[in-house]
Design a protein. Structure first.
Length: 329
């Protein structure tokens, strides 16, 4: 059930409510007059202090109080903190709920490097994962002897091998020349079409607002994926008789400075590293790459108390238009 504010926030406001399970609440009835709570009492008992205690089902719970009323009762910092905490709660466990995930990446290898552990974890759980690669990766070398066309073909084969290691069964190639990706209407509507065809719950893509990101392919991929997620549910945006509008529940950005969701990939780190090593044209046998990836995932893991994690900034399309809180969520 969706709340304006969670029971956890209600707890620190006046402490009348204790969460027992995900769908069961423990409410001290002596404090109920402070709240607008509609309830169905399943069972009553007496606490040691004599207060009447009721176990309530979330199924019948609508909200603790109105949003405006809650903000009215708090000072600015408390109200902002409560609001942001509620907004951040929407990002928790999004990958656990996903059944279809679309990874929109600028080049072959980007998703594997940034989110390969998460992809392996999803695939192992039976989640359908599709890769949409926007460019051909032909510029990914410092060796002038390597021809761009040959490199593009090689990187495609490397991505196919890496995808097989991770458990990704479908790869889509849009074939834009590396370094020349622009956020065009043609590409936006193509991604809208793919979203409506595949119907992902989550789109995974680079954060286009990463500070100091110099590669236009990365910035523009994130922008295009965000725009496509926003327009995909609108029936008059790129209408197509054979495809119905589709609402993407979440966009998960990797390579972000402000993550709000961390995925435990401790059991899948070796699979990820094996997939990354498949991109021989990019990383060869360089041990520094593995050490850097392990270090970064070890750092992310400390955020949630696990060995290794991958970090994402997760937003719903609601936050991708005229939302002043998106940066802080």
């Amino acid at each position: 059930m969706k709340y304006w504010f969670s029971m956890a926030q209600a707890t620190w406001l006046a402490n009348p409510i204790k969460i027992i399970e995900s769908n069961i609440l423990l409410v001290d009835s002596s404090n109920l007059p402070h709240y607008s709570i509609r309830k169905t009492v399943i069972k009553s008992m007496s606490s040691k202090g004599g207060s009447s205690i009721s176990i309530l089902s979330c199924e019948y719970q609508t909200r603790v109080m109105g949003l405006e009323e809650l903000i009215f009762r708090l000072d600015y910092e408390e109200a902002r903190r409560a609001l942001l905490e509620e907004m951040r709660s929407e990002a928790k466990g999004v990958f656990d709920k996903a059944r279809r995930v679309m990874c929109v990446q600028p080049h072959p290898d980007d998703t594997d490097v940034a989110a390969g552990g998460t992809v392996a974890k999803l695939a192992a759980r039976g989640v359908e994962v599709v890769y949409v690669t926007l460019t051909d990766g032909r510029l990914g070398t410092v060796d002038p002897r390597v021809q761009p066309e040959e490199l593009a073909e090689k990187r495609r084969r490397e991505q196919e091998e890496a995808a097989g290691i991770l458990g990704v069964k479908e790869l889509i190639w849009l074939g834009v020349k590396d370094g020349e990706l622009q956020p065009t209407l043609e590409l936006r509507w193509k991604l809208v079409e793919l979203i409506r065809e595949f119907k992902p719950d989550v789109i995974v893509t680079p954060d286009p607002w990463l500070t100091y990101e110099a590669h236009p392919d990365h910035r523009n991929t994130g922008i295009l994926a965000s725009e496509a997620a926003f327009f995909a549910p609108l029936p008059h945006a790129a209408p197509c008789e054979r495809l119905q509008p589709h609402f993407v529940r979440y966009v998960a950005y990797y390579w972000t400075r402000s993550p709000n969701e961390f995925v435990d990939v401790s059991d899948h780190i070796e699979t990820k590293l094996k997939a990354v090593k498949a991109h021989k044209s990019q990383f060869g046998e360089n041990p520094v790459i593995e050490d850097m990836l392990r270090a970064y995932m070890r750092l992310a893991g400390k955020s949630i108390g696990v060995n290794y994690a991958e970090a994402f900034k997760v937003l719903t399309p609601f936050y991708l238009h005229c939302n002043v809180f998106a940066e802080d969520v």
